[in-house]
Design a protein. Sequence first.
Length: 147
Amino acid sequence: MLIRSKLTRGLAVVAVLTLIFLALGDGTVFAQDKKPAATAAQKETTASKPSVFKPRVTFVEIGSVNCIPCRAMQPIMKAVEEEYKGQVKVVFHDVWTPQGKEDAMKYNIRVIPTQVFLDLDGKEYYRHEGYFPKEGVVKALKMGGVK
């Protein structure tokens, strides 16, 4: 009985610490997992370059590199980007970064991961919350005119 109560207290402490960490949400502990932020000059240069192609659909994935279902979406995003090259632009926003928080507010994100599909004009035509299997992503892309 004594071992059981110590184990229960230990699990409770771990749960509380996890909640505190998630509430802080800045993800600085995982900084090595993230790509370095682009400098203002790099952003300006990227923004001034003309787009190589006009995608039929922009597939926006909003999540975090620290979220397990979000990580499970990464291979799907990569496969979609490769299989539909020239038709689909894949964008990822990490909500645990300052810019990602702004993007989450822009898209009114309630849960992560969330997938937002934008048409040629940049208007949202489909949204999904949670893990989205590749078959579902492909159906959403086809709704947007991807062949």
